[in-house]
Design a binder for this molecule. Structure first.
Ligand SMILES: Nc1ncnc2c1ncn2[C@@H]1O[C@H](COP(=O)(O)OP(=O)(O)O)[C@@H](O)[C@H]1O
Ligand SMILES: O=C(OP(=O)(O)O)[C@H](O)COP(=O)(O)O
Length: 465
């Protein structure tokens, strides 16, 4: 497999990272309360005296009556009854073909949707799934999510085959109070990621209010996260950002030693966060696809492993900065190699300094897992984003599940453990350990950026609205 092929295989992510046959069975599918998901923070803000979202007087009412960054949970039935609520969810779940392999993000969206349903709103859900490159692609369709939503809500969920235009208008015309419709993948339009104002207006066209429930996508300045609240005149509310922000603010003064584990495959979007993590942490563990950019930056051969060539200099700098700051930067000393990106690939364990040509690293080796567990042992706070390997294939899952076990033990011992990210959460769910972590967040990149101290565009836009 050439490097180019490898990048194609990994980077066009489905559900934040994966789409293939043969994933482990989903261990839990029941609706469980999410630690990180607090759909409403009723009571913190005073109630608006008037909140009628009539088309005519919307902008004035927004300015006068809706407090900045108000939560949808602050709104009462009489304020929502019959209103069309456009809700940006993060329903970017991992799929195996059309089968959802982890429904955490869907479950996380249920409280907000239920609140709206019970308040008599007409609920229009919008989300992305994966990273479609060029228009609609069946493998990125949100249709399977509509079916799962329907099961979890115990009511029909209409699936609308577009996210803007006539199909949405027609669907809204037939909706009754308390009904729910899911719009097709918003990233089927490139205008979404380009954040084109005209597109955001089209998204907002049929709604009376906008709710951002998509914490996992709050770090993206896209049409459905930033564009709608900034460019449409819809009242724009959050659902649980304040609660999530509080959790990550706790990391501003963490109990020490404080460790961060950064792995996964979104190397280019996450490696940048490491510099500011080095300001905060005592130990930094590099895992997953992130490893090989660092190894290559050290001048080592990495075969056909995932590498971001244009981040090699950055990786070198990060190693230097870690040294200067006295941060222990931990890279795996051995790796599990495969001769193809496949669950039945031939495998071998090799020293990280001796990766042969034509082989790719898809997991850390057993020695590395032991060393990482030993390094984490005395930590009082650990934040983890990004699996340590391609855990969806059993042959490359041991590093991820080994670290998950270690974090569960640390939690038992009184440490604070925070897991963020669609696939990282899927991994601890599959390990059956999600309820043994202190905090589970649906956002990976978003939580890292929060930790960095950044204001997320999806949150800032609500503040500005
Ligand atoms: N060495 C590796 N090479 C390629 N992909 C990897 C490697 N290690 C982990 N991955 C993949 O990374 C994906 C998750 O990455 P990412 O989206 O960054 O995490 P999260 O969704 O938790 O934020 C998983 O689907 C996993 O298969
Ligand atoms: O899966 C997501 O982020 P995560 O992998 O950082 O948790 C979000 O749905 C955002 O997706 P994106 O990174 O394709 O913008």
């Amino acid at each position: 497999v050439s490097m180019a092929n490898q990048q194609v295989a990994v980077e066009p992510l489905v559900g934040g990272g994966f789409s293939m046959a043969g994933v482990r069975p989903v261990s839990r599918m029941a609706v469980a309360p999410m630690h990180s998901v607090s759909p409403m923070n009723v009571g913190r803000f005073s109630k608006p005296s008037v909140t009628k979202f009539s088309a005519v007087s919307r902008p004035q009412q927004l300015k006068v009556n809706v407090e900045k960054k108000m939560s949808v949970g602050d709104l009462k039935k009489e304020e929502l009854d019959g209103k069309v609520a456009l809700v940006r969810c993060d329903l970017n779940v991992p799929l195996d073909g059309k089968t959802i392999t982890d429904d955490t993000r869907i479950r996380a969206s249920i409280p907000t949707i239920k609140h709206l349903v019970e308040s008599g709103a007409k609920v229009l859900l919008t989300s992305h799934l994966g990273r479609p490159k060029d228009g609609p692609e069946d493998k990125f369709s949100l249709a399977p999510v509509a079916a799962r939503l329907s099961e979890l809500l115990g009511q029909d969920v209409t699936f609308v085959k577009d996210c803007i235009g006539e199909p949405v208008k027609e669907a809204v015309a037939t909706m009754t109070p308390g009904s729910v419709a899911l719009l097709e993948n918003v990233r089927f339009y490139k205008e979404e990621t380009k954040n084109e104002p005209e597109f955001a207006k089209k998204l907002a066209a049929n709604a009376d209010l906008f709710v951002n429930d998509a914490f996992g996508t709050a770090h993206r300045a896209h049409g459905s996260t930033e564009g709608v609240p900034l460019t449409s005149s819809l009242p724009s509310l959050d659902s649980f950002f304040r609660r999530s922000s509080t959790t990550f603010r706790r990391c501003a003064e963490p109990a020490r030693p404080f460790a961060a584990i950064v792995g996964g495959s979104k190397v280019s979007s996450k490696i940048g966060v490491i510099e500011s993590l080095l300001e905060k942490v005592d130990k930094l563990v590099i895992g997953g696809g992130m490893v090989f950019t660092f190894l290559k930056a050290r001048g080592l051969e990495v075969g056909s492993s995932l590498v971001e060539e244009d981040k090699l200099e950055l990786a070198k700098d990060l190693e230097r900065i870690a040294k200067e700051k006295g941060v222990e930067l931990i890279l795996p000393t051995d790796v599990v190699l495969a001769d193809a990106f496949a669950k039945d690939a031939n495998t071998q364990v090799a020293d990280a300094t001796a990766i042969p040509e034509g082989w790719m690293g898809l997991d850390q080796g057993p020695k590395a897992t032991e060393e990482i567990i030993a390094a984490l042992k005395d930590c009082k706070t650990v934040i983890w984003n990004g699996p340590m390997g391609v855990f969806e294939f059993e042959a490359f899952s041991k590093g991820t599940f080994g670290v998950a076990d270690a974090l569960a033990d640390l939690t038992k011992g009184g440490a604070t453990t925070i897991i963020g990210g669609g696939d990282s959460v899927a991994a601890v769910e599959q390990a059956g350990l999600a309820d043994q972590m202190s905090h589970i967040s649906t956002g990976g990149g978003a939580s890292l950026e929060l930790l960095e101290g950044k204001v997320l565009p999806g949150v800032a836009a609500l503040n500005a609205a």
